[in-house]
Design a protein around this ligand. Sequence first.
Ligand code: CAA
Length: 387
Amino acid sequence: MSFELTEEQAMIQTMVRDFAREVLLPTAAERDRTKEFPAENLKKMAGLGLLGMMVPPEYNGAGVDTASYVLALQEIAYACAATAVVMSVQNSVVCETINRFGTEEQKEAYLKPLAAGEFIGAFALTEPHAGSDPVSQSTSAVRDGDHYIVNGNKRFITSGKNANVVIITVKTDKAKRHKGISALLVEKGTQGFSVGKIEEKMGLCASDTTDLIFENCRIPAKNLLGQEGDGFKIAMTALDGGRIGIASQSIGVAQAALDAACSYAKEREQFGRSISKFQGLRWMLADMATELEAARQLTFFAAERKDKGKKYTMEASMAKLFASEMVNRVTAKALQIHGGYGYTKDYPVERFYRDARVFTIYEGTSEIQRVVIANQLLQDRYVSSLR
Ligand code: CAA
C-alpha cells in the first residue's frame, strides 16, 4: 500500500479531526472525572456517519473502507479514548458482524438503527471464568419452540449498560467444544436480561464496562446469528476486525501523548534552557515517533488486506499487539517527560497513561495475539507487505 490517502480518506480525516478536537477534546478530562457516558456526543458522531462507517448505505451506513474507519477512530481516540472504545465496539464487532452474518430481518431490526446511531451495540463473549479461552464459556441456550432460554453471566462488556442490542455467545451444545457455541442478538428490556456489576476502572472511565445477567431469558429463535454452532467462528471473525479498531485507538492515544510531550518539552526550561535541547529527552521523543509510525503502517496494512477481501487475521493481531504495546511505552515516556506534573491531573498525560493500559488486554491480550500470529505463521500464512 502506498499509504497516500485518497481524496475521500483525507476529507474524512479532516472532518473527524475538526469535530473531535472542537467537541470531544475540551470535555474529555471532565468525562473521565464524572464517568458520564458520552450519549450526546455519540448522537453527533452518528450525524457524521461514524457509528456505522463500513455498513452499506442501504442499511444507514457510511459505506466507507476500513482505512477511512482507521483514520476516523484515530482522531476520536486522540481526543477522547473512552468515546473511541464505544465507537470501535459499535463499528467493528457489532455492526460488521450483523452486516456479515445477519438475516435481512435482523439487519432491518438492528443494523439500521445501529448504523444510524439510534441504537448502541455491545458484544458479549467474555464470562467470569472464560476470558482468553472463550470456548470454556458456560452461558447456555436451550431451544424451546420458537425461543431459546438463556442462562448465565457475561463479564467486562463494553457499553453493557447503555446498549440497546447485544450480540451474545451461548453454548447450545455442551458436548461439543467451539462447535457447540452459537450467537444470539438480545434486545435491551428482554425479560430475564439485566445489567449486573458496573466495573470501577483505572481508565476509559466514561465508557461503561458491565456484567450482563441472563436468568431464564427467552430470546426469539429468529435472533440466532448464522446457524447453530457458528458462534465461535462469528466471534473470532468479529475480533479480527475489532483488533484493527483497538490498534487504531492505540495510535490515536499515542499521537496525543507524543504531541503533549513535544509541546511540554519545548516550553519547560531547566538548567537554563529548554529541556527539548537535552539529547536524552530528544532520543525519547524520536523513539516514540518512530514506534508510532510503525504501528500506523501495520494497522493500514491489516486494513488494506481486509478491504481487498484477503485473510487478515494475522495482520490484525500484529497491528493490535504492536500498537497496544507501543502506546503503553509512549504514554509512559510522555508522562516521564512531564516530570512531577505528568503525575497530576493538570496535564492530560496521566489520563492517556491510564486509558492505554487496557489496550494490551481487551479484545485479546498481547499473549493471545502472539498465539494467533504463531498459529497463522505455522500454517504458512505469512504475507510480507512487500509480497
Ligand atoms: N476467523 C475465523 N475462524 C477462526 C478464527 C478466525 N480469526 N480463529 C479461529 N477460528 C476457527 C478455527 O478455524 C477453528 O475452526 P475449525 O475447527 O472449523 O477448523 C475454530 O475456530 C477453533 O479454532 P482454535 O482451535 O484456534 O481455537 P482455540 O480455542 O485454540 O482459541 C484463540 C483460539 C485465538 C486463543 C481464541 O480463543 C481467542 O482469540 N481468545 C481470545 C478471546 C478474546 O479476544 N476475548 C476478548 C473479548 S471481547 C472484549 O474484549 C470486550 C469488549 O467489549 C471490548
